[in-house]
Ligand binder design. Structure first.
Ligand SMILES: Nc1nc2c(ncn2[C@@H]2O[C@H](COP(=O)(O)OP(=O)(O)OP(=O)(O)O)[C@@H](O)[C@H]2O)c(=O)[nH]1
Ligand SMILES: [Mg+2]
Length: 488
């Protein structure tokens, strides 16, 4: 194209643009003029509509361009609070060894001032192979069979900046019947300053949830898409795009790696012969090493508080589970004790009628004991209102309770031989067992004495005549009966 022709085209382009600008301006001016001739009310109306559209447009633009934040990170209670809870559990003779050991390990690693890393991911994605590639001295066993790594092993090696990294090789997740191994893996992963989440292709739903789980605990994370040697460049790009979308912004970096496997090719020798060659593929983990170096660059002191938060958050979960289990056991004992007393109370009644009532003093004591166990303060008024609700429930449920007691007598003929009044004794076992369990469940869930909710659950339990329950209550009735009358 000659220079003169190009100048001409440029001049025409500029003239066209200027004309367009002029025409738009003219259109805008004439619209404005016509706008000014409109009645004042219409002008305000149009102005208001335009203003609303402008605000909506700006708001939508701001929403669209907002920085996408990572999901909220869990906030853990401090070490002292958790240690005190563990001590309280120990004083109540609950098993606390593993909780205590986790706290000790937390302190030990803080004192060691070493950067701890961990690799996490499903079985056979190449975690052990990646460790061998990152730390050439490490002898991490890698094998085509899934579930090769069965325990947590820590490997020490030199980081790019000359510091020492300790990298944990852990069992793979998502193995059939591998829950215990997976728990080991997850606990170790939470103890690390930074984690490499390893996958070998696009993230499945389960893998994406594991990435989210790491994000929830605030783990600095590199997502390594391993076995990249198996794809063409185009496939690799496509997989990376999908992995990035499914990881929902959780990882700090996403890299591809190639850690192992075999490569096969044919080689033509100088004498013309052709031979098949199989050899271990050279690993390519440079991008991963660089990403880890960047992630750990702030140093162990800067990363430590985040690491401790994750460990303490998990300890909080585990301690809460132990506390709940301990309370459930204690609640069971309290309910049984009161049910036993209710049976004895029923036997003491001179002439038991068909009218069942909730024994007030005993029910109040049951409510107070359970509330104390769950650390809920209760007033006399609340206890009174609970008793009212329970009595109302029983009034409409009397026939059901007596029918279930009758069934128990038929199912366990030995019970009938205990004598008259045993039907009522069993009925009271059922009533107090139902009230106690209903109350314990309500207290555990809502941490307050919710009479209406407890009564609703009590009604359900009064109607529960399953065989195992009848057997348990029969045993209780027989025991209490014999205990109070002496062995007969
Ligand atoms: N082609 C190829 N194969 C790989 C790569 N990395 C690992 N492998 C192979 O994948 C298989 C599993 O590797 P491992 O390192 O045992 O995997 P893992 O994640 O530690 O597995 P578990 O310990 O069972 O959880 C082995 O046969 C490795 O040789 C890779 O980058 N490319
Ligand atoms: Mg392994």
């Amino acid at each position: 194209m000659s220079r003169r022709f190009r100048l001409l085209t440029a001049a025409i382009g500029i003239a066209a643009f200027a004309w367009l600008l002029f025409a738009t301006l003219e259109q805008a001016l004439s619209t404005a003029q016509r706008f000014m001739t409109l009645p004042l009310g219409i002008r305000w109306l149009i102005g208001a509509v335009l203003a609303v559209m402008l605000v909506a447009g700006v708001a939508f633009g701001a929403y669209w361009l907002r920085p996408r934040k990572k999901r909220a990170i869990v906030a853990a209670p401090d070490r002292g609070t958790i240690a005190a809870r563990i001590d309280a559990l120990r004083d109540q003779h609950a098993g606390t060894e593993s909780l205590r050991a986790e706290l000790d390990e937390l302190d030990r690693r803080r004192a060691s001032r070493r950067i701890h890393l961990a690799l996490f991911g499903e079985i056979s994605v190449g975690k052990s192979a990646l460790i061998a590639a990152l730390l050439p001295g490490a002898q991490a066993a890698s094998d085509a069979r899934g579930g090769t790594t069965r325990e947590v092993t820590l490997y020490d090696g030199l980081a790019p900046d000359g510091d020492t990294w300790t990298i944990a090789d852990v069992p793979g997740s998502a193995e059939a019947d591998g829950e215990a191994h997976e728990r080991l893996a997850r606990d170790e992963v939470l103890r690390a300053h930074a984690v490499v989440y390893v996958c070998a292709g696009d993230l499945t739903r389960t893998q994406a949830s594991e990435v989210r789980w790491l994000g929830y605990f605030g783990k600095p994370m590199v997502l390594a898409v391993n076995k990249a040697d198996q794809w063409t460049d185009a496939e690799r790009e496509a997989i990376l795009t999908r992995v990035t979308a499914h990881a929902e912004g959780m990882p700090d970096a996403i890299v591809t790696t190639s850690a192992g496997g075999e490569e096969r090719f044919t080689r033509r020798l100088a004498d013309g012969r052709v031979e098949d060659v199989r050899r271990a593929r050279r690993p390519d983990v440079d991008a991963l090493r660089d990403a880890l170096a960047r992630l750990t660059a702030p140093g162990v002191d800067a990363l430590e508080s985040q690491r401790e938060n994750a460990v303490l958050a998990r300890l909080h979960e585990r301690t809460s589970e132990s506390e709940a289990a301990f309370r459930a056991g204690e609640a069971e004992r309290i309910v049984t004790r009161h049910a036993r007393r209710a049976i004895v109370g029923a036997m003491a009644a001179v002439a038991p009628g068909t009218d069942l009532i909730v024994q007030g003093a005993l029910a109040a004591s049951l409510a107070r004991d359970l509330a104390r166990l769950y650390g809920v303060g209760v007033s006399d008024i609340e206890v009174e209102s609970l008793l009212r609700e329970a009595r109302l429930t029983l009034r409409t449920g009397t026939s059901v309770v007596l029918a279930i007691a009758g069934n128990a007598l038929k199912a366990f003929p030995g019970l009938g031989t205990l004598g008259g009044g045993v039907l009522h004794a069993f009925a009271y076992a059922l009533i107090f067992d139902s009230l106690g369990r209903a109350l314990a469940a309500t207290l555990a869930e809502s941490h307050r004495l919710d009479g209406a909710e407890a009564a609703r659950r009590m009604r359900e339990l009064l109607e529960d005549g399953t065989a195992s329950r009848l057997a348990r209550l029969t045993e209780l009735t027989r025991d209490a009966w014999r205990g109070s009358r002496g062995e007969r």
